[in-house]
Design a protein around this ligand. Structure first.
Ligand code: HEM
Length: 374
């Protein structure tokens, strides 16, 4: 099935204006069947068999509701398989299936008690107020550096008990991991794998050291809870603690940073939306946060690999390696409704019916909505 939009064309399709991409996704959603795309070229990963792109909400919901068939484990949740040497640092909970996923979640959820979530919510408010106060001093600034990046970095580091002196280190290492192909973060393109593994091992070493200190002398941070959590006689291994920390600082930082940056832009470009929010903060905040996450879609896709043949809509999908489904988070949240086109943003937008959200949607999706950690 030929498509005008090639989702694997990183330098072409993904650098086009957002309105053009939205139109292309609308065409993909309107075309019957599920499109298949060749694997995007990579400077450091082996080419793979390609993937099916799920661009319709119902298909994304269905694929997320049946984790036993649409699995996260085999290969990874990225389109390309994760090389074995990456698994030590990046083979974390997000790339696992039950029963291992459930075991890890049971242990890590010990770190996210209602009491800790409430305290975290207060800290988010305090930190946001400090950032705004600092802005009054500095005036014009790089909004990503001075606003969007600061909040999640401080919250996640504080939550884990990482001292302020290490914030920059964590920030730089997560940028290398998420921006490996970007010369701004890894100038030497021939060195990407070494840079990635280096960043992973340095973050894991930071957590291993902190974990040992918290085992000996626990405090009220999440690391203390994680290293002392024991479920059925099982504890997180040092590697699991390291890769979970990397998952948190990677999954939690850049996503929230992008959502805040897009929020700033949307509210700047839509002053009437900003006015509506300012007029009723308590009433509008819940839907506005949802809308900013929907519009910005910080996570563009998550891969699933079929453990058995399956049918989605009018398409039969084969089992296994050749049937990777990238669940399009950017397009999957756009169901055309009569009143509002999916490509406009509105702080009072409520969920369209049927967008209940994937069963395996991580606690983080709840996180970003409620501003509390999972
Ligand atoms: C706007 C902000 C965020 C967005 C859009 C987002 C989105 C996502 C998505 C789409 C997944 C994958 C779910 C799947 O595989 O189906 C995920 C997983 C995860 N996220 Fe987030 N996230 C955000 C913020 C955060 C934050 C702040 C944290 C932690 C501090 C976090 C921690 C996690 C974890 C631990 C997982 C893996 C959960 C699991 O495997 O069960 N995320 N997130």
């Amino acid at each position: 099935m030929q498509h005008t939009a090639d989702l694997s064309d990183i330098d072409g399709f993904w650098t086009a204006p957002i309105t053009e991409r939205a139109d292309d996704f609308a065409r993909l959603r309107a075309t019957s069947g599920i499109p298949f795309f060749e694997q995007p070229p990579s400077a450091f990963l082996d080419p793979g068999p390609g993937y099916y792109a799920l661009t319709r909400l119902d298909d994304v919901v269905e694929a997320s509701r049946v984790p036993g068939v649409y699995r996260s484990g085999p290969g990874a949740t990225s389109v390309a398989d994760m090389p074995p040497e990456f698994l030590e640092f990046f083979g974390s909970m997000i790339n696992t299936d039950d029963p291992r996923h459930a075991r890890l979640r049971r242990i890590v959820s010990r770190g996210f008690t209602p009491k800790r979530l409430a305290a975290l919510s207060d800290e988010v408010e305090r930190t946001a107020a400090t950032i705004v106060d600092d802005l009054l001093e500095v005036g014009g600034c790089d909004a990503v550096e001075e606003i969007s990046a600061r909040l999640p970095l401080k919250i996640i580091c504080d939550m884990m008990g990482v001292p302020e002196s290490q914030y920059r280190f964590v920030y730089d290492k997560t940028n290398v991991i998420l921006g490996a192909a970007d010369p701004e973060y890894v100038p030497d393109a021939d060195n990407i794998v070494a840079a990635l593994l280096g960043a992973g091992s340095e973050l894991a070493a930071l957590m291993r050291d902190l974990g040992e200190r918290r085992l000996a002398d626990p405090t009220d941070d999440v690391t203390s809870a994680l290293v002392n959590a024991e479920i059925d006689g099982e504890r997180l291994t040092p590697d699991e603690l390291g890769s979970f920390f990397i998952l948190l600082v990677v999954a939690g930082n850049e996503t929230t940073r992008n959502a805040i940056s897009w929020g700033l832009r949307l509210l700047t470009e839509n002053p009437e939306q900003r006015a509506a929010w300012l007029a009723d903060p308590a009433g509008v905040t819940p839907t506005a946060v949802e809308e900013i996450v929907r519009w910005s879609s910080p996570v563009i896709y998550m891969r699933r690999t079929l453990s058995e043949p399956a049918r989605l809509g009018d398409t039969d999908l084969p089992e296994g390696r050749s049937s990777r489904c990238s669940t399009g988070r950017r397009t999957g949240t756009r169901r055309t409704s009569p009143t509002r086109t999916p490509s406009t943003s509105a702080v009072r937008r409520t969920r369209t019916s049927g967008s209940a959200g994937p069963a395996r949607t991580s606690a983080s999706a709840r996180t970003s909505r409620a501003g509390r950690s999972p």
